[in-house]
Design a protein around this ligand. Structure first.
Ligand code: ASP
Length: 404
């Protein structure tokens, strides 16, 4: 049988889905079930995969000292790359000034958005779960990570008899979950076809907007995302990680295309873990720690987008921002990207936090709603790309031999 590489299959599926959704929107109901099933399958593996992967990763780390060092490196990477992304966005939005001269008048109303926006305080507090099972039921990733790290770290503290059993047990669960993930990955082209055809059919009218006054805003976001993805992060890969960025990007083709199609870093997480571990050759110890954390905490694309969107809104409303206000946007964009969940449109919801902090009109969100889907897909791709680069750079700094 003709064997086409998976990422080519996905690309073909993506192209066909766009054509299908655009030209035969009435036929979408016959294919959208494939997307629904694919997303359900991915969500099905997330909780057991994260739990077993982190526990087995932490137990193989041996000792809290290693864990602390890895934690510090990971957080340093997350915060510095997200800040770099925000500054890239800030620079471009100040040069291009996409909001200057845009007519107000096509504002859509956004109801209930402010109730949905979680305060940062809540997000931080919720890292410690009241009830770990409730967190698992809700697939609330941060508390699951917290519990898994704690559980894994204390496995080494109990009697040898128990610790060997638990280590073996969670390693075994992890191996099986990885196999299940690899099985699901085979269906990615079909799943993506279903998801994208439906989204294209649903948003076909709004495609007209893309050419309108929002075009320059979108181009600004795309350019900034592109600079961070193709210049900033590859430079880090090359000079800090001392690896081949092109090779790593090729290895990541499947998760990146999936991130683009699903607009969810969390749903993509199983595929990201599989690719970083099996293709780029990073150990489970590092992937299990950095990637689940990265999927919710490290969002370079979201951080960059929030900064550009807030600045755009200020420009449209003719509000001149002082340096201090711009600084507030930078800091809150960083915090909001950390607090945003890895699900579609989370970034848009978190934008309310920034607008409130910088004293900008919340209705501004209505302006950018029409083009949020395509920007969400793009920023999610960068989010996942940055997570994977982080895993590689940290693995190299720990002296691992990789395939990139
Ligand atoms: N959809 C993004 C993600 O899952 C979050 C966002 O809306 O910016 O990474």
């Amino acid at each position: 049988m003709l064997k086409i590489k998976l990422h080519w299959q996905i690309l073909i599926a993506l192209a066909l889905a766009v054509l299908f959704g655009y030209f035969i929107p009435s036929g979408v109901k016959y294919v959208s079930w494939m997307g629904v099933l694919f997303l359900r399958a991915l969500k099905m593996v997330i909780v057991p995969l994260i739990l077993s992967s982190i526990i087995s990763g932490v137990t193989s780390m041996g000792g809290g000292k290693n864990l602390g060092r890895l934690g510090l490196k990971t957080m340093t990477y997350y915060i510095s790359t997200s800040t770099l992304a925000i500054l890239t966005g800030l620079l471009l939005v100040n040069i291009i000034r996409p909001g200057v001269g845009v007519e107000l008048g096509f504002t859509e109303t956004v109801e209930g958005l402010s109730e949905k926006s979680a305060s940062l305080y809540d997000v931080v507090m919720r890292i410690i779960p009241e009830n770990i099972f409730e967190s698992m039921v809700n697939a609330d990733i941060l508390p699951i990570i917290f519990f898994a790290i704690l559980f894994g770290a204390f496995i080494s503290q109990v009697d040898n008899k128990y610790s060997t059993f638990l280590t073996d047990f969670f390693n075994a669960v992890f191996e099986v979950m990885m196999k299940v993930t690899m099985f699901i990955i085979k269906f990615t082209p079909l799943g993506i076809f279903g998801i994208v055809a439906r989204e294209v059919a649903r948003n076909a009218e709004q495609l007209a907007n893309l050419a309108g006054s929002l075009a320059i805003y979108m181009i600004t976001v795309f350019l900034a995302l592109g600079i961070h993805a193709f210049i900033n992060l590859p430079i880090l890969l090359k000079f800090v990680g001392k690896v081949n960025p092109v090779k790593h990007m090729k290895n990541m083709a499947t998760p990146l295309l999936t991130a683009f199609s699903t607009a969810s870093s969390s749903a993509t997480l199983p595929l990201t873990m599989e690719a970083v571990e099996h293709k780029s050759g990073v150990s489970n110890k590092i992937t299990s720690f950095t990637l689940p954390l990265g999927a919710t905490v490290n969002m370079d694309g979201t951080a960059l987008y929030e900064c550009v969107a807030a600045m755009f809104i200020a420009q449209v409303y003719g509000i001149e921002l002082t340096i201090l206000q711009q600084l507030i946007i930078v800091v809150t964009a960083l915090l909001a990207s950390i607090g945003a969940a890895g699900i579609p449109m989370a970034g848009l919801v978190m934008l309310t936090v920034i607008l409130t902090a910088a004293n900008l009109p919340l209705e501004g969100i209505g302006l950018i709603l029409a083009v949020d889907l395509i920007l969400d897909m793009s920023r999610t791709t960068l989010n996942v790309w940055s997570d994977s680069c982080g895993a590689v750079i940290i693995a190299k700094s720990e002296g691992e031999e990789l395939n990139v």
